[in-house]
Design a binder for this molecule. Structure first.
Ligand code: NAP
Length: 333
């Protein structure tokens, strides 16, 4: 079937999305970004992926987060994005901030995983081909690799930016000591780290507990939170069982055994608190991450336009009273 020609909403930057400055850089990112880790691969219908991506853009979400191995299958989320780039988004390329990453397993053998220069540079070349792009806006080292000299990984990022294949460099999942080294290396080579991407949500507080948020801020880097809904736990998805089409039903990245009676009880109380605030649980969970001004953006996942649209409404109320914070801490820590 031939797609109708896409014309983006004229009011896409006036429909309520807010933008935050990314560390000490010229870049602003939308408070809500869309991630393509799951639900955008070749096992998902292309039309649904397209609807979600175009809906996001129509609502001012101009940042799309990818990685080489997002799918399933590996590479296929980038291929999906590349198809939509070709069919719909090409005229808007300069309005888009597109990321990709390499660092986890991607292809067999010693050069398709971890932190070598060989892996990062060849992986980015593959990603650009799949996404039908000449450059990405940010390229990340997806994880710290203790077996590769960090200078090698960082120099690969520097050279990638100098080559023009990425405009900015970032790190993801780096522990504090390695992150500190990375920030310094990149700054000393005139390619300052734009973003540290880490998991951060009510149920997972490592960025605040281990000082990673503060560290990014002190180094002039932005901070972008992934899995802000704890893969769907912090939504109404599991309040009354495990739906067949849900991530927990697949029992892979979100394990069914996470859904203990105690967890569900706590989620129900959080849902009540959200309702008292005039929000859904998902909206409150996103608002909670965004309450910290050092967070540049939250990257949400979604399996429908409806979910995405609900999440966008989170940005209306990101203030929490001391009593609300105390209750959230009691239920999530
Ligand atoms: N750097 C890294 O290592 C790393 C790791 C993981 C993720 N990420 C990035 O972060 C992005 C988001 O991660 P994530 O998918 O785990 O994020 P998430 O936003 O915590 O979870 C997304 C899932 O929550 C459910 N959901 C979302 N909105 C909902 C709503 N309004 N109501 C009910 N359920 C809702 C959906 O589950 P169902 O599918 O069950 O409907 C959706 O797939 C990824 O796409 C990726 O770009 C990066």
């Amino acid at each position: 079937m031939i797609n109708p020609i896409f014309s983006a909403a004229d009011d896409r930057y006036e429909s309520g999305m807010k933008y935050r400055r990314c560390g000490k850089s010229g870049i602003m990112l939308p408070e809500i970004s869309l991630g393509l880790w799951q639900n955008f691969g070749d096992t998902s219908p292309l039309s649904r992926s397209r609807d979600m991506i175009l809906h996001a853009f129509d609502k001012g979400i101009c940042h799309f987060d990818l990685a080489n191995n997002y799918g399933p299958s590996y590479g296929s989320a980038e291929s999906t994005f590349g198809k939509i780039m070709q069919s719909d988004l090409r005229p808007y390329r300069d309005e888009l901030f597109i990321s990709t990453k390499a660092g986890y397993d991607m292809w067999p053998g010693p050069y398709g995983d971890r932190g070598s220069r060989k892996y990062l540079i060849s992986s980015l070349d593959q990603s650009l081909r799949r996404m039908n792009l000449e450059y990405v806006d940010i390229f990340y080292s997806h994880r710290f690799d203790p077996e590769t000299p960090l200078d090698e990984t960082m120099q690969a990022l520097v050279d990638i930016v100098r080559s023009g294949k990425a405009l900015y460099a970032g790190i993801s999942n780096y522990p504090a000591e390695a992150a500190e080294y990375a920030y310094r290396y990149l700054r000393d080579h005139d390619v300052p780290c734009l973003l540290h991407q880490l998991k951060y949500n009510m149920l997972h507080r490592i960025p605040e507990d281990e000082g990673l948020l503060e560290q990014a801020d002190a180094n002039g880097s932005g901070f972008i939170a992934f899995s802000p809904l704890a893969q769907g736990l912090l939504t109404d998805r599991y309040l009354n069982g495990i739906p067949d089409d849900s991530r927990a039903a697949r029992n892979f990245t979100l394990r069914k055994d996470t859904l203990t009676d105690e967890m569900i009880g706590n989620l129900r109380r959080l849902d009540q608190l959200a309702s008292d605030r005039g929000q859904s649980l998902a909206q409150m969970a996103l608002a909670w991450v965004l309450r910290d001004k050092r967070v540049t953006s939250v990257i949400v996942g979604a399996s429908s336009v409806g979910q995405l649209e609900g999440n966008i409404q989170a940005i209306g109320n990101t203030c929490f009273s001391a009593e609300e914070e105390a209750l959230i801490n009691e239920l999530t820590r």
